[in-house]
Write a protein that binds this ligand. Structure first.
Ligand code: ADP
Length: 335
């Protein structure tokens, strides 16, 4: 759906060029939720805003649904932008307009539907985001989560193929974040929309994204399916994001391990093997004793995963490792 060929961007300010995005290639398949993660200033917003050409690239080609958007003239760009909805961290609602009028805005601007058709469409959109009771309220009368729902309904009003989400949950509390993420996942599934979302939280990526790109100082330093990047991060920046999400302090853990005997491994389960009684089975068969030192079981999007740090002592160690590997458990020797 979205392709970047050697796209780069530098901003010109006071006669100086500030590099924001280094030449990068990117492919975002249709119907996926694609996450962009990075610290502040990494280039995430720049990359997102290049997709609907709110920013023009300094060089490179961008294709969306086969159309070269980098070559579009103003008229073509206006039509193209209707296929790309956008939601924002601070919602960007018009405070002087009601919820219904905010959602109707892009449709009125497009000028293609009659007043009654717009009214019907807005009612349907408000129902979809669970705000049908609030149509006549003003933004100031809504909670943060409700305001973002208005933003989502407005973004969907022109039936876009792509929804760009710029830190859409960063201003919300954890419970509201979870509700908005669930709504975005529903929209992706039911409407088949491609979502590209920016976040600085790995947990947001873990919960709803299919793929992720990690940005650092204008470079895409790592990209791929979320399960691969989250469970086996390679780049130091990715590792830090994962550790933050898992609330792991590696140094503290290693200190704790000093008092523990035996070999220490990190076992990663993903999918089917997560809920199987594997460790018990391996211990009985091979005579190894095990101690669980740290662990977490959760989900990556809809697939369960587990990560356990385990000390093994005695018995047939190699046979135990072979058994675990045969069950598709990923092993990483820590000591
Ligand atoms: P992020 O979204 O990851 O925080 P941005 O894409 O906003 O990163 O910014 C990347 C870099 O580009 C930063 O150094 C930022 O200061 C710079 N930048 C962003 N927008 C502009 C602009 N309009 N003019 C000049 N520099 C900008």
């Amino acid at each position: 759906m979205i392709k970047f060929h050697q796209v780069h961007k530098a901003y010109q300010t006071e006669g100086r060029m500030i590099p924001a995005l280094q030449p990068c290639d990117l492919e975002i398949p249709g119907g996926q939720i694609y996450g962009l993660i990075g610290h502040s200033g990494a280039g995430k917003s720049t990359l997102l805003r290049l997709i609907n050409r709110l920013e023009d690239p300094t060089g490179g080609r961008i294709l969306v649904a086969g159309e070269e958007v980098t070559a579009l003239k103003p008229e073509g760009l206006r039509t193209f932008r209707r296929q790309v909805g956008m939601i924002f961290q601070h919602f960007n609602l018009l405070s002087s307009k009601t919820v219904a009028d905010n959602v109707a805005m892009p449709l009125k601007l497009a000028g293609e539907l009659s007043r009654s058709a717009i009214k019907d469409k807005v009612a349907g959109l408000l129902k979809r985001v669970g705000l049908e009771e609030h149509a006549k309220k003003y933004p100031a009368q809504l909670s943060g989560g409700q305001k973002q729902r208005v933003g989502i309904a407005r973004a969907l009003s022109t039936d876009p193929k792509i929804l760009l989400c710029d830190e859409a949950t960063s201003a919300l509390d954890p419970q509201t974040t979870a509700q908005v993420l669930t709504l975005l996942a529903e929209i992706n599934r039911e409407l088949g929309l491609t979502l590209v979302l920016i976040t600085h939280e790995m947990d947001v990526i873990r919960r709803i994204c299919d793929q992720v790109a990690v940005l650092d100082a204008g470079y895409i330093v790592e990209q791929g399916p979320v399960a691969k990047v989250f469970l086996h991060p390679q780049h130091p920046t990715t590792k830090r994001f994962v550790q933050e999400a898992e609330q792991i302090d590696e140094q503290e853990l290693h200190q704790d391990f000093q008092a523990v005997e035996g070999r220490i491994l990190r076992l990663t389960f993903h999918g089917q093997s997560t809920y199987e009684p594997l460790l018990g089975r391996v211990a009985r068969k091979t005579g190894v004793d095990f101690t669980i030192l740290a662990g977490r079981i959760d989900r990556i999007r809809d697939v369960p995963y587990g990560q356990l740090t385990v000390a093994f002592k005695g018995g047939e160690f190699q046979q135990a490792m072979d058994m675990l590997e045969a069950s598709e458990v990923h092993l990483e020797v820590l000591r």
